[in-house]
Design a protein around this ligand. Structure first.
Ligand SMILES: C[S@@+](CC[C@H](N)C(=O)[O-])C[C@H]1O[C@@H](n2cnc3c(N)ncnc32)[C@H](O)[C@@H]1O
Length: 361
């Protein structure tokens, strides 16, 4: 540092910058170990096991005690396990178990950590398209990425879909109970409509996705779930139009990824019955950076990053709109308007992560 730069530097700000970099780097490193703990079944093994030594965890899991001591120590530094220095034992407390070892909990996070190796593996490809334009296509994100994503969203669907999102739309629950025609657009591995099919046995469901691997995995899930007759999945780019008429169309966390969001939303509008409804979810962030910076949860730190590394880049890879993850409600309403919808309403639910929109023809 020269005398000139030293005098221009405010030491308090410098400490904050260094603190942020240390926190980010610590989080990135600890995240790799959360990934390993999840992959190797260590959180499950610790769940309900009480206080254990690395040797005891090693006998329980068949893994190396030396590695387990290092891993447990790292998890203790993150506060995910507790350490008893006198007994030299570790334990996974119930709150940590709720988030790390209970796949049905609304706060189940390990799926997100399963996505990490792909975020990082694809980062050099994304760096290249910064310079060349274009994007990184969906098929570059492999099976592990999607499995992680699905494990995360499954917990959201399981805990919010029939409990908060559907009841948040007046009259919708009664319609589904009586028997409704439902399409899920961008159905991924199909779990949202499987949950709906169990909850509303008089209704019929179809999922549309334009990614062949997603459709194959959704079909397999429907067969395993024994709801084959009432739930179907079809390979289709919805921008090309939707066959049939529906009382409910759902689109979960997908519009911001689309190559042609206006074309797709217009096709959805045309496929809705006159009294039908589009139930649409997005991440609960603003389209305005200044508002996102003021948000105490700082969820946009994740969503701008996910946008750059997947959502925006996969859309741009096909010359698409590249709207990105931080769309916010104003942009969503603008898109609905442009696609010809007559009404747009944000469903009034308390959810720090998800915004739900009720849109009508
Ligand atoms: C982020 S994933 C969300 C999957 C699922 N809705 C969930 O929340 O678990 C977006 C999905 O939308 C699909 N998709 C994107 N654009 C589409 C389009 N135009 N037509 C059909 N599916 C599309 C992708 O293939 C992907 O499976």
């Amino acid at each position: 540092m020269t005398a000139d730069t030293a005098s221009a530097i405010d030491m308090e700000t410098l400490h904050k910058v260094v603190g942020s970099l240390v926190a980010d780097y610590n989080a990135a490193m600890a995240s790799a170990l959360i990934y390993i703990g999840d992959r190797n079944g260590l959180f499950e093994a610790l769940n309900g096991a009480g206080w254990v030594t690395p040797d005891e965890l090693a006998s329980e899991t068949g893994q190396s005690p030396r590695y387990l001591r290092e891993w447990l120590s790292a998890m203790a530094c993150s506060g995910y396990v507790q350490y008893d220095r006198v007994a030299d034992r570790f334990c996974l407390p119930p709150e940590q178990a709720f988030c790390l070892a209970n796949p049905d909990s609304p706060a189940y996070f390990p799926g997100l950590f399963e996505m990490l190796p792909t975020w990082y593996a694809n980062a050099p490809k994304v760096a290249d398209v910064f310079k060349t334009g274009g994007g990184v296509p969906q098929h570059e994100y492999g099976e592990e990425f999607w499995r992680g994503f699905e494990r995360f969203t499954r917990a959201q669907f399981l805990n919010h879909l029939t409990q908060h999102w559907i009841p948040g739309v007046p009259g919708l629950e009664a319609k589904l109970q009586a028997g409704a025609r439902v399409a899920d657009v961008g159905s991924g591995n199909g779990q949202a409509i499987l949950i709906l099919a169990h909850a509303y046995p008089n209704s019929q469901f179809i999922g549309y996705d334009n990614y062949p691997l997603a459709v194959a995995s959704a079909r397999q899930r429907a067969a395993d779930a024994g709801v084959d007759g009432r739930v179907r999945y079809e390979l289709r780019d919805v921008a090309q139009g939707l066959p049939g008429t529906y009382d409910l169309i759902t689109v979960f966390d997908t519009v911001h990824d689309m190559v042609d969001p206006i074309g797709s939303l217009s096709a959805i509008r045309r496929a809705l019955a006159p009294d039908g409804v589009l139930l649409w979810t997005e991440f609960n962030v603003s389209g305005d950076l200044a508002e996102n910076l003021a948000n105490p949860l700082n969820l946009a730190k994740f969503t701008y990053s996910a946008s750059t590394l997947y959502c925006m880049t996969t859309s741009l890879s096909q010359g698409g709109a590249g709207i990105g993850t931080c769309m916010g409600p104003h942009k969503a309403e603008e898109l609905a308007d442009e696609a010809g919808f007559g009404s747009f309403r944000r469903v009034p639910i308390e959810d720090p992560f998800t915004a739900v929109y009720e849109v009508r023809p």
